[in-house]
Each structure stands twice: as C-alpha cells, then as structure tokens.
Ligand binder design. Structure first.
Ligand code: CA
Ligand code: CA
Ligand code: CA
Ligand code: CA
Length: 470
C-alpha cells in the first residue's frame, strides 16, 4: 500500500467582465461535487456602473480564500515585492495579511524550504500562482478613485457569503515601489531538528507531532482572553484496524504507527503553511512497502487539510475490517463533549473516563461527514471525505471513553477517543483519496458549528474586476 500526493486542483476559468472565480481550495478538494469542475460557477453578472461604495457586511471569520492568479489580469507579470493586498475601512487603507504561493509550470508548489525547494521559473505573478488571505480581513468597497499612494494597477476582489449575500472587499495593488506589508503573521512553523519535532502555532491553536511520522500528538487551543496556549489535550491521532488476507489471516493495521514520513518541502507564509511530506508504510518488520508517495498538508489559522491518496495494489485480495480513525485524547480533555451530524450535543456525552448510558446509546449507524468536540479546553471539528465515495461504505460516529483500556502504542493509557468507524466495501478500491479536515478553535459553542461547516458546505464566492490598469 502506498499513500501519495493529492494536491488540490487548480481550477478556475476567467471570463471577461465580472466572473465568479473558483475561489476556495478546500471546496475544490471536497469530493462529491463531480470532482473539481462543479466548483466553478460563472455568474456572468453585468457590471454595475459607476462603482458604488458599499460598507463591508460579511461576518464570516473562519474562512480563508485561496484563488489562482490567472483572473488577476491587470497584475500578471508584476514583481511580487511590488504587490500588496490592501483593504479600506472608511477612509483608511491598510495592508492585510496575504501570501502568494508560487507554482511551477508542472503545477507543483515552489517550496521555499526542504529538499524539494526551488523557485518558480517565472518570478513574477503568473497564472498558476495562488493568492491566499482571510475573509475576515476584507474591508469596504471603494467607489472613488482614491487608491493608495503609488498604486499603479488595482484588482478588486469581492467576497460574498452565499447564504445571506453579505460582502467584503480586498484590493490587490501593484505599487511603483516596495509594497506595504501587514505586520501580522497568523501562522508559524517551529521545527526542532534535534528532537525531530514540529509545532504549528497560530492564534487559535498550537499543534505538534514528531516530524518523521504522520500523527500529531500535541494539541492545545489558545486560552481566551489572554491568548496563552492552553493545556495539551491530545494523546495521539490513531488510525487502526485489520488487514484480512485471503487465507483469513489478519494483520493489525496500525496506520498511525506504520506510516512514516519525510519532509520534502515547506512554505511558511503569514496565512497558511504548506507541507509536502513523502510517506511510506512499514506493515511489519518483514513486510515493508515503500511507495513514492507524497502528502500535501495545508495548515490555516484554524484548520488543517490533509489529503492522502491510497494505492492498494492487491486490493482484490485484501479486506480492511474494524477500522477506526480518531483522536485519542489525554485526561486533560475531561469535561469536553462529543457530538456529530448524527448525535446532537448532549452534556452527558462527556469525556470523564467512563462510558455513560448516553454514550452507550449514541447513534453509531448513521453516516456522518462531521463530528465535533467542545469544552472549556477548546473545540475541534473533524470532517472526512473519500474520493471516489464508494471507497468507503460507511463512516459512522465513533466515541469511546474508557480509562481502563490499554491501546498501545500511545503516550497516555486509556482511550478517550472521538472520530469515525469506517466500514470498507467487500471489494476494496485499488485507488482512492481520503480528505481529512481538522478545525481547531479556542472557543466554539455547539450551536455555532455551522460557522465551520459553512466553509465547505456554503463556500464564499469570489469575484474579481480590474479597477486600475491594463
Ligand atoms: Ca507560476
Ligand atoms: Ca510566479
Ligand atoms: Ca463519559
Ligand atoms: Ca490513550
């Protein structure tokens, strides 16, 4: 078996005038919408003229925008150090955090660190380079021509919430000299080569794990309002089941332990971190299957997107049974509740080391595409998609809260876990990709969960328009 690269597609089409661009990498990667093309919506709106001033109304704070540069027509071929993303609130212009992640002609990222680091042969803004920013940083719409001083060319980027029509605007501007930069850096990577350990640090969470394996083993939300990192609540991510061979022989599949990884490339910008890791699977001491596999993980201020492409050369001969993928927490999680698409929030479904009656009665028969945890320590939402969908038969809510269970390898005895029970088809697909989304927030009440679900289910729409320049 090998797991390999699954890069989000890059998929948008430009159209003269106002067009909706495919905007959000996450939705591009959400399977089930006839792959990627369904995310491309061309509205073909007629441009209102003259431009009307509008005050920012959009209220979404959790969504990033990821868009290809090909629609930023007035700015193509601009030197990157002359470009800034700016927003105006009232009369005041300010640079906002953004990054342009360059891609090479073959579609791979031009990583800035790691063995595969190397520049995009076109150092200017070109069609496949990606612009990334947060919806929350948008401002008002500009109707006058009072652009920032030294602006040479301006693209307007309008972000719209499809649920309520609320909008916000940002402007990508080319300056005649060095462009202004926001001082905010929302996300950082800290790697300690001596201990082989990596941390991702944002204003919502701190997450960590050994850099030669795939599982995180440290998770702390920020404490509010002081912003200090809270306690680590995570033992480790577990992905475990059994391979059943033709003779009925069963091999433990401890994927979190068996999958090894090596960093290949990294981009650490102010809004997101991209990490390309090469992986292989050591099934057992004598069964070592090394693939040329890669996994491209993206981290944002409040989430992580982790696509993993699976290849099973002997799929027809194998079965996977009793497979569970879940976060096994430690005792610091006590007091937090677990709920999901099938199981509404219930205060009696709470981590305390014992299975309550309510916990034993959870709905573990209904397919779900999200489950969540919430407590004074912070909130987590975990979404899961297989592409193609028949790669998995059922994905069910899994919850276990038992201090007496030993489930090595692990750092903390006891299993305090929430995630998915995955039922695979009798005949495994030889190729599939699983997309995992983990959202981490300092604070999220159960009734606010749609704030996070909307990122994928009702993605923001983005329209662009040249306001100044060719
Ligand atoms: Ca490029
Ligand atoms: Ca470029
Ligand atoms: Ca309990
Ligand atoms: Ca444990």
């Amino acid at each position: 078996m090998r797991y390999s690269l699954a890069q989000g597609g890059s998929l948008l089409r430009a159209q003269p005038g106002y067009c909706l661009v495919a905007h959000h990498q996450a939705i591009l990667m959400k399977p089930g919408r006839s792959h990627f093309l369904a995310a491309i919506l061309i509205l073909g709106l007629v441009l209102p003229s003259p431009f009307q001033a509008e005050i920012k109304t959009i209220q979404r704070v959790d969504d990033p925008v990821v868009m290809e540069s090909r629609v930023l027509t007035a700015l193509l071929k601009s030197p990157l150090d002359r470009l800034a993303l700016v927003a105006r609130t009232g009369e005041v212009w300010a640079p906002i955090p953004f990054q342009i992640d360059e891609k090479k002609p073959d579609g791979s990222y031009a990583f800035t660190f790691g063995p595969l680091a190397g520049p995009d042969p076109d150092p200017t803004l070109d069609a496949n380079d990606e612009l990334v920013f947060m919806v929350k940083d948008t401002g008002d719409r500009v109707e006058d021509q009072k652009w920032p001083e030294a602006a040479e060319a301006v693209m307007e980027i309008e972000v719209r919430d499809p649920k309520n029509g609320q909008k916000g605007w940002a402007y990508l501007v080319r300056f005649s000299g060095p462009a202004p930069r926001s001082q905010d850096d929302y996300i950082q990577v800290e790697t300690d080569p001596a201990s082989n350990y990596r941390k991702i640090i944002t204003y919502e969470y701190v997450m960590g794990g050994p850099s030669n394996v795939i599982y995180p083993d440290y998770m702390a939300a920020r404490e509010l309002p002081n912003g200090r990192p809270g306690v680590d609540v995570l033992d480790r991510l577990k992905m475990r089941g059994e391979f059943v061979l033709p003779m009925g022989l069963s091999i433990p599949l401890i994927f979190d332990e068996m999958a090894k990884s090596k960093d290949k490339g990294l981009i650490d910008g102010p809004v997101r971190v991209l990490l390309l890791a090469e992986g292989y699977l050591e099934l057992a001491k004598f069964i070592k299957i090394k693939g040329e596999g890669y996994s491209l993980i993206s981290y944002y201020v409040n989430h992580m997107i982790w696509p993993m492409a699976m290849e099973l050369p002997m799929a027809r001969l194998l079965k996977i049974e009793n497979f569970y993928g879940y976060l096994d927490f430690n005792q610091n999680v006590f007091g937090s509740c677990s709920f999901s698409a099938a199981n509404p929030y219930n205060k009696d479904v709470v981590f305390d080391g014992h299975m309550s009656e309510a916990e034993k009665k959870l709905d573990t028969e209904t397919n779900i595409d999200w489950n969540a945890g919430f407590g004074p320590q912070g909130a987590i939402i975990h979404r899961l998609y297989f592409d193609p969908r028949p790669a998995v038969s059922k994905q069910l809510h899994y919850f276990i809260d038992d201090a007496t269970i030993q489930d090595p390898p692990e750092d903390f005895p006891g299993v305090f876990g929430a995630g998915y029970h995955l039922v695979f088809p009798e005949e495994l697909l030889p190729q599939s990709t699983v997309y995992q989304y983990y959202y981490f927030l300092s604070r999220l009440r159960p009734e606010e969960v749609s704030r996070i679900l909307d990122i994928l289910d009702h993605p923001v729409e983005v329209r662009v328009k040249a306001r100044v320049g060719p």
